[in-house]
Structure formats: C-alpha cells, structure tokens
Design a protein around this ligand. Sequence first.
Ligand code: SF4
Length: 258
Amino acid sequence: MEIEGIPKTDNIYKKFISILLLMFSLTVISIVCLVLIVRGRNEYFYKSIFAIIITILFGTGLLLLGTIFIGVLLWHEHSVSKTFRRLLGLSFTMIYPGMLFLGKLFKYDKNSIRSIFIELNNRLVSIDEYSIKGNDILVLIPHCIQKSFCPHRITTNIENCKRCGKCSIDSLIKLKEEFGVNIRVVTGGTLARKVIEDLKPKAIVAIACERDLAGGLYEVRDLPVIAITNKRPEGPCLNTTVDINEVRAAIKHFLYKE
Ligand code: SF4
C-alpha cells in the first residue's frame, strides 16, 4: 500500500537490491578465500581466528539475504511480519554504514543511498494502519525552511510567524490548525531529540534533507516516522521548501479515523 500523495521511487529499490547483492557476493568471495587459506594450516591459533571470522561473515551473509528478501517483499507491497521488521532494524544498524562505505568506493551519490533507507522506512509505515489523535502526531520542520530574511524567531514558537506566506511555514501552520497536530521547528538532531522526549508523540512526520532524515531514522526506532525530503532550490540549508501535499498525506495516514 502506498501513502496517497507521497510518490514511490522504484528505481531506488533496484539500486538497493543491486548494492545488497554486491555486498552478498563480496561476503561469499571472502568466505571462499578464507576457507582456501585456512585449508593448508594446522595451527590451532589460525584455525580459531578463521572460525570466528567465517562465523561473522556467515551471519552477515544471512542478514544480507534476509534484507534482500524483505526488500523484495516491500517492493511488491506485501506486509512484513514483526520478525522481519526486527531483522530490518538490525540490518539498518549493520548494513547502512557498509552501504555508505561501498557507495563511496563505487562513487554512488550518498543521498541516493540515504534515500533507499528513507523509502524503505516509508514503505514499512505505509503498510500499517494507524488511528492516532492529532495532538499525538509531531511534525518536525528544519529551520532552513524559514526565509533567511525573516526576522521572527519561529524556533522558540512557531506562532511567532506573521503568516506573510513567503515560505512554507504559513502552510504548515494551516495544517496544524486543520488537524490539531504538533509542529516544531528544529535546528538539528539534538533539539529534535529533546522535542520528542518532551512531547512523547505516537507518530512523527519528519521533514529534512536526506542526511538528517537517514540519521534520525537510524536513531528513532520505536516510533512510526514518515520521512519527507525537503526541496533545496537555492542549495543546502537555505530557503528550502516542502511539498505541503506530501505532509498532508503523511498526517492523514497517521490520523485517527472515525
Ligand atoms: S511565512 Fe513569512 S513570517 Fe512566517 S516564517 Fe515564513 S517568511 Fe517569516
């Protein structure tokens, strides 16, 4: 099931599976090489070290196979059991840094690798149904969405916005009024964590760049999060915007249904 209003990007899935297959092939090659090396050796010390390394590589291989399987399930919009969700959480922790490293090696754009995890997360959340009250939903907005010339301090209180309509803040406040959700403008991960701790939301709609979203998803595992990438027509961190229809669709996906 797709969240109506939030576009799917299937090419990201193909890239995801291809990187995982590459990682799996490298793991198998490493196992074969190690077995060939250890065959001619009788020393107990070498055999124990190799046994430990091969066990780790086997574990990694199984995790990669499991992740590929879950990726294919999500690609074809099948539901995913709790066990597979846990496995996916584990692979986020263990595979994401490896994917970033491989991506660097093969000159993949870092943001496209981050987008894979954002998309995977959104697909998982889109499969589930929610019925959450507006004031238990938190919308996190990066401060770069405010026009750089605007003198009003909306990070302390979004209501300080004078609603001139020159940036997306005005439309986001309209969503707050329409659905009763909590909206906070944050200057980074530390403030975002503090807001989550203080408000204790049951679901989050997070708007940010790929780097901040992937980092945030990596940290927040216990809450459903729909991650929306901002648009950066003037480059990173300056006068960014967001598709309000995507934010509206995300809120409605979580919202209490009568
Ligand atoms: S809508 Fe206008 S007043 Fe409000 S934050 Fe944006 S630029 Fe400032």
